[in-house]
Design a protein around this ligand. Structure first.
Ligand SMILES: CC(C)(COP(=O)(O)OP(=O)(O)OC[C@H]1O[C@@H](n2cnc3c(N)ncnc32)[C@H](O)[C@@H]1OP(=O)(O)O)[C@@H](O)C(=O)NCCC(=O)NCCS
Length: 183
């Protein structure tokens, strides 16, 4: 593998050209239109693996609240991971893992919990993430808890030094509502 250089930037530090580059990379990796996704998930911290000045694998962390317990009794500041992607022609060459290891480091330093939603649980499991076993839900703007059964088994968490030791993977878990894909 060509050694990649890691770069980190806040969303508002990305030039229009860099944002366009990330959009095209994510469209190639996810095989769907991507332009609207930046606004949908909101701003955050972008971690990018670069080779020869070109991004080969990005991912980002956005600030969210995650609630654990039947009454959403424990509220945790979560680093929520989005848009993890590698250029299709470079899949399997380690860039995705390189980016995720840096994402893990930031989350462990700065948040009470890491969270993400995925169909690729095996990829993250190798990197220390755990699949949530309990029922998933979304917290509406009115503070109500609405079940999100389609997300059961697709939510993963990363423990950090601030994660409560009592956190049980089979408890109910909820996240604040957002459009389209709450998890
Ligand atoms: C998932 C993705 C980011 C992985 O990136 P990558 O750069 O190919 O990953 P790496 O080369 O670091 O992979 C390392 C290991 O993870 C494994 N792996 C990759 N994707 C996997 C998956 N979906 N499930 C389980 N293991 C996976 C690889 O086989 C490899 O294993 P090995 O080290 O034993 O050979 C990449 O496949 C991708 O862009 N997919 C399309 C977009 C996507 O689905 N993103 C994640 C959505 S949440």
């Amino acid at each position: 593998m060509t050694a990649a250089r890691l770069r980190t930037a806040l969303s508002d530090q990305l030039t229009p050209e860099r944002l366009d580059e990330l959009t095209r990379l994510c469209e190639a990796a996810f095989e769907e239109p991507f332009t609207a996704n930046w606004e949908r998930v909101g701003p955050g911290v972008h971690v990018m693996a670069e080779v020869d000045g070109r991004v080969v694998a990005p991912a980002m962390i956005v600030d969210r609240r995650i609630y654990v317990g039947g009454e959403m009794d424990v509220a945790l500041d979560a680093g929520y991971v989005e848009h993890v992607a590698t250029l299709p022609e470079l899949h399997g060459t380690g860039h995705g893992s390189t980016v995720m290891r840096e994402i893990n480091r930031i989350i462990r330093d700065e948040y009470a919990l890491g969270g993400l939603g995925t169909d690729s649980t095996g990829f993250y499991q190798r990197l220390g993430w755990e699949t949530w076993l309990g029922p998933t839900a979304v917290r509406t703007p009115d503070g109500e808890r609405v079940r999100s059964p389609r997300d059961d088994g697709h939510v993963m968490i990363l423990r950090t030094p601030r994660t409560p030791a009592t956190l049980a993977l089979d408890s109910p878990i909820a996240v604040d509502w957002r459009a389209e894909e709450p998890w």
